[in-house]
Design a protein around this ligand. Structure first.
Ligand SMILES: Cc1ncc(COP(=O)(O)O)c(C=O)c1O
Length: 306
């Protein structure tokens, strides 16, 4: 299987050629902002669809704003860069990519020069078809006044790394973070949802979470389409133990069921029916099998006006 090339500042280069200086803020302080985006291969149409690029680009700009740097590309350039990269690699399979804006200058307060790369990779679905065994982490989600999780920067993921390694050392698959108020925040790289008393419930955007694009997709469209009431509210820790269903969602995680939390079975300890239906609905939309919401799917091979 050949390695994909990386789009870096306007050129397709090999993995070995895509290098940054060790004294750059990007390498030393992880001064970067990024998006994790998936593109899905639709076999029947012979087309590759990128999911919700407009929303990823908007969030990318918000992250850069908070980090006080910009990259010298407009959104139209980003559409072209993503499509050029996928075409240049002749991608005809599902692919995950990191779109990364970085600061190449040295120093903690460096804001320039900045650059951009898009790194595609084959990424399997998160292990957890049969459901994850999650735990409430003893590590807290970083607070908005410390390192805001709304800001999608590489450095933030050290919080998730600590919690993931702890969860695995303790025999779980994945941690769930509480915030400093002690209510549920999210997973390491995913939004948390539960089903309780027939409603889909997820923490609000003020609970120290990333403003997830998958979360919006479920709240505004896929949940209501399945006839579900969706509620954004704080979730107390003990509600996790009596939830009927629970799952993580995200561009990377898609819809990944959770079957136990702190060894309490979620519902009957099997993947719940609502989770299953949402997962099927989500996968059909992202791949374009369900042809509604065409504005969410940017085709790579056919001409497109954005
Ligand atoms: C910390 C965190 N929360 C939630 C999510 C889910 O966000 P999205 O649905 O936009 O991929 C991600 C994934 O990017 C994440 O890294």
């Amino acid at each position: 299987m050949k390695d994909f090339k990386i789009w870096m500042n306007g050129k397709l280069v090999t993995q070995a050629e895509a290098v940054l200086p060790v004294n750059s803020a990007a390498v030393f302080y992880a001064t970067n902002v990024f998006e994790g985006i998936r593109a899905y291969w639709n076999e029947a149409e012979g087309e590759l669809y990128c999911f919700r690029l407009a929303e990823h680009f908007a969030r990318f700009r918000e992250s850069m704003k908070m980090m006080r740097f910009t990259v010298p590309y407009q959104d139209l350039d980003l559409y072209d860069a993503v499509r050029d990269m996928l075409r240049g690699n002749e991608v005809r399979e599902d692919v995950h990519m990191h779109l990364v804006g970085y600061v190449a200058g040295p120093g903690l307060d460096a804001t320039s020069p900045s650059g951009l790369y898009i790194n595609p990779r084959r990424r399997a679905r998160v292990e957890g078809g049969n459901g994850l065994k999650a735990c409430v982490s003893s590590w807290q989600r970083t607070h908005d006044n410390a390192i805001p999780i709304r800001l999608k920067c590489g450095a933030n993921y050290q919080n998730g790394r600590l919690a993931t390694l702890q969860a695995k050392a303790d025999g779980y698959d994945s941690p769930i973070f509480l915030n400093q108020q002690g209510t549920v925040a999210e997973g390491t790289g995913a939004t948390f949802f539960m089903v309780r008393r027939g409603k889909l419930v997820t923490p609000p955007v003020t609970s120290d979470i990333l403003e997830s694009i998958t979360r919006t997709t479920l709240i505004e469209s896929l949940g209501p389409n399945l006839g579900m009431d969706v509620v954004e509210r704080e979730i107390a820790r003990t509600e996790l133990y009596v939830a009927d269903e629970a799952f993580f969602c995200g561009s990377g995680y898609e819809i990944t069921p959770i079957v136990s939390i702190d060894r309490f079975p979620v519902g009957d300890g099997k993947v719940g029916p609502i989770t299953q239906r949402l997962s099927t609905a989500y996968m059909n939309v992202v791949r374009g099998i369900d042809q509604r919401f065409p504005e969410w799917r940017t085709p790579v091979y056919k001409p497109v006006t954005v």
